[in-house]
Design a protein around this ligand. Structure first.
Ligand code: F0G
Length: 468
């Protein structure tokens, strides 16, 4: 019988007090931050759901690993522990460490991409596409259409549309495609998974044309859970077995250890090809450090090695996914428009439907993230037109179909009571949605503008009573 009530599969040994602020204070803080939640100081935040990146709580086992940090410049013991963990769990032959995911993206894109090529992928991710374009490629979205529809309830919304991939190969030729970039799960689509069958099919098609398949492995454990839950033939397989099979359909991967690996910093590039490994060792010393630390301290590598074994624990990942879903279902019950099905790392509010009176050019998701902060001090993130940025050739704004606010759950950090508070606040904002007005952009950086952009409301917002 399925369990109705579930609880954290850990107990709390250390606590970090958090402070509440008044709505009046938050008015000032959000104004000072140019209505961009990235620019709010952490101390001004009550429940921080900006990201699940680098925000995990480490276990006692990981903390104890910090004490055996071997801080040698070369050949650290902790590097060998990390290398062993990656080879064992992900199954690749070679590993190059990096300080975080985008360090690995930089290495991979610099080595594999030549100008005037095309990198197909299952929806863009901000830093991933930046590195691809920076090296002269054009990103081509080959995700299934359902992924762009927040209400479409496909169980594997991250899947590649094989005909889109085939059409691109027919149009530009396989030699113009350095690799296919496959994210498991797909962050910008709402943390949506890719099915094992789809991974197998992508690999088969690419093998036929001699194209490499590179995974963005950032949240692959979450993907594995969805496969176990939803795909025929995997119910009785362990998360560890599923993860291993997933990577058998990849030639390599980039990884942000700051997510699945339960650490605050770290990443890697992994692969089976010896020459790619050699080139990555040549380049890593330029950008990151020796091939035996790649920008991480010895203690960071030890924590990550231990986190890699913890992340494939079946109870841990079941709880993680269910905690995110718990929040999502509370919002759905109250009629709040969210991306469905609820994904792996976050609940995504659909700002198009939430604030249907604000056109996309007036940044509804940016306004909504600011409004949630104003209401309760809960911090979340815009994932819409601001994050999508501008087209590299024309400079025009991308107009993504998905105009979302990501309410991201850090791993092992918050309890179900925190989720209740967050739901209450978002529901309160939903009831007061007509008081929120559009924004104008007053500053933007030439690339990855969402991190530092500043905004002002087009007209004053009407006051409402916040939940805290
Ligand atoms: N790929 C995906 C799918 C990501 O979500 C991220 C980071 C990266 C690559 C880059 O990794 O941050 O370690 O350099 N995502 C963070 C987020 C920033 O909040 O979603 P990184």
């Amino acid at each position: 019988m399925a369990k109705k009530v579930f609880a954290e599969p850990y107990r709390i040994k250390v606590v970090e007090p958090i402070e509440m602020t008044t709505q009046e204070e938050r008015h000032q803080y959000i104004k000072d931050a140019g209505y961009n939640t990235f620019l709010i100081n952490s101390k001004q935040v009550y429940i921080d759901l900006l990201t699940d990146s680098g925000t995990s709580a480490m276990s006692d086992n990981q903390w104890s690993g910090l004490m055996i940090g071997d801080e040698a410049y070369a050949g650290s013991e902790n590097w060998f522990a990390l290398e062993k963990a990656v080879k064992e769990i992900y199954g690749f032959k070679y590993v190059t460490p990096t300080h975080q995911g985008r360090g690995a993206e930089n290495l991979l894109s610099t080595i594999m991409i030549t100008p005037d090529t095309y990198v197909p992928g299952n929806m863009y991710f901000t830093t991933t596409r930046f590195h691809q374009e920076h090296n002269g490629a054009t990103f081509v979205d080959i995700i299934i259409d359902e992924a762009h529809d927040s209400a479409a309830r496909h169980p594997f919304k991250g899947n590649v549309d094989l005909s889109k991939l085939q059409n691109l190969i027919d149009k530009v030729g396989a030699d113009k495609i350095p690799y296919v970039s496959l994210a498991v799960t797909v962050n910008m689509a709402g943390g949506q998974p890719v099915s094992m069958e789809n991974m197998r099919q992508v690999k088969e098609l690419c093998n036929k044309h001699n194209i490499s398949v590179m995974f963005d492995a950032t949240r692959c454990v979450e993907n594995a859970y969805f496969i176990q839950e939803r795909e025929a033939g995997y119910t009785n397989k362990s998360i560890k077995e599923i993860v291993k099979e997933m990577f058998s359909y990849a030639d390599g991967c980039t990884m942000s250890g700051k997510k699945d690996c339960l650490v605050n910093i770290g990443g890697f590039l992994a692969m089976n090809d010896e020459e790619l490994y050699r080139k990555s060792c040549e380049l890593v010393v330029v950008y990151e450090g020796m091939p035996s630390y790649g920008g991480m301290a010895g203690r960071d590598m030890e924590a990550m090695a231990r986190g890699i074994y913890e992340m494939v624990d079946d109870d841990y990942i079941e709880h993680r996914i269910k905690q995110v879903r718990y929040l999502g279902e509370k919002l759905i019950e109250a009629g709040v428009p969210v991306v469905e099905p609820i994904g792996g790392h976050a609940v995504f509010l659909d700002a198009r439907r939430f604030l249907s009176h604000i056109p996309q050019e007036q940044f509804p998701a940016q306004a909504l993230a600011a409004a949630v902060y104003l209401d309760s001090g809960v911090r979340c993130m815009e994932r819409g037109i601001v994050s999508a940025g501008r087209k590299k050739d024309t400079g025009e704004n991308y107009m993504p179909k998905l105009e979302l606010v990501r309410v991201t759950i850090p791993r092992r950090v918050y309890t179900l009571s925190h989720m209740d508070v967050v739901a209450e606040s978002i529901i309160n904002v939903f009831r007061n949605r007509d008081k929120i007005k559009g924004m104008k952009l007053v500053y933007e950086a030439p690339q990855l503008r969402f991190f530092t952009a500043r905004f002002e409301p087009l007209e004053p917002w009407k006051e409402w009573e916040g939940t805290i």
